[in-house]
Design a protein around this ligand. Structure first.
Ligand code: ADP
Ligand code: MG
Length: 574
């Protein structure tokens, strides 16, 4: 900037108006509706609440209302409640070293009053009524008015950023802001399992988050993040108490290799404080990258406790980030613990195939029946047997035998050249003809009774009756053939089974020495390995009409079923 004489003008320094200072500072703490909610939630937890409910309007921009059953705020403190740097949580800087509360800066409520309208209703234990008071720019608007209340505090933040137009415009999508609010509550809900949380949109009767105060950690994860995550959780712990490395204790729940999501959810608490740590997140993602399909991400809940003096919680106005001693060594230990846990749990991995060709190839119905599958979480999942690649070889449903008997039955029926054993559908037309027949018979009788009736007509009716009767007879014959075929195939099956059984137990019924010798030779020459494979293999699926995949131990085999059947049953082999 130049003055009239052409020299550069030196700008003079002015003291900013306090309201301006406060509004600028407020922008640091309250960046968006979800950061206001986080501060309010932490205040309720600091007040010892065991029940916290939240109501939100327009993604929090119109209203955030939070009600808790904590210790409340005493009447005397109400005038300075929303002044900047007023707090009940620390007295001196040194207190920060041993702090156990979530808040300590005395800035949150004050900040909110500079960018929104704030109303408080509160009642402490033993009072006969509560107080209601509103705040603007850090100060009370009028005197607190007595009102009906229950023990605890309710805070309403309305019209957030009403005086920060540029900020308000940045939030175009209220539903995105609402999901950020839900995200904060979800994280606290799984950390603070002694506290019940609920959150809903204003005017809705349905809650979007609801947890009970008695929920276990996994129950809380299930309630908040869904059964899909909860089913695949593996608990993990790690610790170190060597001062030359790091001193910490970690416990958490991580998703197994069976779970994958589009992005990583890492719920991280350090000394009960919700924080973010991108280096830890990256280190864990590296471990998962080795076992998860490409672009799949895990769910992680990690809670770390360490001596308060090792953590600096005061490096960010929103307290979102913390720094702590021996970060590298701690991350390294956690990474190793997670890696080891995943390697262990990897053995119980379940695979699902896509729909196999089996349907078109006529794999028997038994294979379609759902078998309960034991998952790691102990939950029974219904999964069709033919969709499992690996099944338990001791489980008969997964064995070749179940499939072979049925295919054998099919062959017996059609092999006789009778009728296919599939149910035969009667064409619509035939059924109609049969129904017509009864009508025609009555009609014919009527005509015969009527002596004046035309012979021609009678004849015609008779013809129709004959024709329909033949179709009826045809149907009966067909039905008879079908049932005969079914009966035959059943008989054939029984015979075959008996034969097979006899063949299997030849030793018992071999009376002739020649047969005994033959059996002894077979016993000697049988390939024991092959026998074991056939006896204990697990059916996987059909490769084509003749070849099928089976698994024996860790090997995959391709079996020619027709040849195998010939070998085993000596049954009309080509
Ligand atoms: P901080 O939490 O850092 O102390 P805040 O501005 O968030 O600062 O809150 C100021 C004070 O108001 C707190 O120290 C606490 O004493 C009181 N307070 C705020 N919210 C609640 C609440 N829900 N229940 C009881 N007291 C509360
Ligand atoms: Mg606070």
């Amino acid at each position: 900037m130049m003055d009239s004489s052409g020299r550069t003008a030196v700008p003079s320094i002015k003291r900013l108006d306090e309201a301006v200072v406060n509004r600028i500072a407020a922008g640091e703490v309250i960046q968006r509706p979800a950061s206001a909610l986080k501060e309010l939630l932490e205040n309720s937890l600091d007040a010892g609440a065991t029940s916290i409910s939240v109501v939100v309007k327009e993604g929090g921009l119109k209203l955030i209302q939070i009600s808790d059953n904590g210790h409340g705020i005493s009447y005397e403190d109400l005038p300075i409640l929303c002044e900047r740097h007023t707090t009940s949580k620390i007295n001196s800087y040194e207190d920060l070293q041993t702090i156990t509360t979530l808040g300590f800066r005395g800035e949150a409520l004050a900040s909110m009053t500079f960018v929104a309208h704030l109303t408080v209703i509160t009642m402490t234990e033993g009072q006969i009524h509560g107080y209601r008071v509103s705040y603007k720019d850090g100060a009370m608007e009028g005197e607190p008015r007595p009102c009906a209340a229950i023990k605890g505090t309710q805070i309403m933040v309305e019209n957030l950023f009403y005086n920060v137009i540029a900020r308000k415009k940045a939030f175009k999508n209220p539903s995105e802001e609402y999901s950020r609010i839900l995200d904060v509550i979800s994280r606290y809900a799984i950390q603070k399992i002694g506290v019940s949380f609920s959150c809903k949109k204003h005017g809705d009767s349905r809650t979007d988050i609801h947890t009970d105060s008695t929920s276990s950690r996994t129950d809380a994860i299930r309630a908040v993040y869904g059964p899909g995550v909860a089913r695949e959780l593996v608990s993990v712990t790690a610790s170190d108490d060597d001062p030359s490395h790091s001193i910490f204790k970690m416990d958490g729940y991580i998703s197994s290799a069976n779970y994958s999501a589009k992005k990583t959810t890492m719920v991280l608490f350090i000394n009960d404080r919700l924080v973010e740590c991108s280096s830890l997140k990256k280190a864990i993602e590296v471990v998962y990258a080795a076992i998860l399909p490409k672009a799949s991400k895990p769910f992680l809940y990690i809670s770390i406790a360490m001596p308060p003096e090792h953590v600096d919680i005061n490096i960010h106005p929103t307290k979102r980030e913390v720094s702590f001693l021996n970060q590298e060594s701690l991350i390294d230990s956690i990474q190793k613990a997670i890696e080891a846990k995943l390697m262990q749990s990897n053995t119980t991995r379940t695979f699902y195939t896509q729909t196999l060709l089996s349907r078109s190839l006529g794999v028997p119905d038994e294979a379609e029946e759902s078998m309960p599958v034991q998952t790691q979480g102990g939950r029974n999942l219904k999964a069709p047997v033919n969709k499992l690649v690996r099944t338990d070889p001791s489980n008969p449903a997964g064995r070749m035998l179940a499939f072979m008997q049925k295919s054998l039955a099919g062959h017996v029926g059609s092999g006789n050249g009778l009728v296919d054993t599939k149910p035969v559908e009667m064409p619509m037309e035939d059924t109609r003809k049969i129904m017509d027949l009864t009508k025609n018979e009555e009609f014919a009788a009527e005509v015969q009774e009527d002596q004046t009736g035309a012979h021609l007509q009678n004849n015609k009716v008779h013809k129709i009756a004959q024709m329909d009767a033949s179709s009826l007879a045809g149907r009966e014959a067909l039905e008879h053939n079908i049932s005969q075929a079914n009966e035959d195939s059943r008989n054939e099956l029984t015979t075959t089974r008996r034969l097979v059984r006899q063949r299997r137990n030849l030793k018992e019924r071999a009376e002739l020495t020649s047969i005994q010798e033959l059996l002894a030779t077979i016993d000697q020459e049988t390939h024991s390995g092959l026998e074991d494979i056939v006896k204990h293999c697990t059916f996987i699926g059909m490769a084509d009409e003749r070849l099928c995949f089976v698994q024996h131990k860790t090997y995959l085999y391709l079996l020619d079923i027709v040849k195998l059947r010939c070998e085993l049953l000596d049954f009309g082999c080509p």
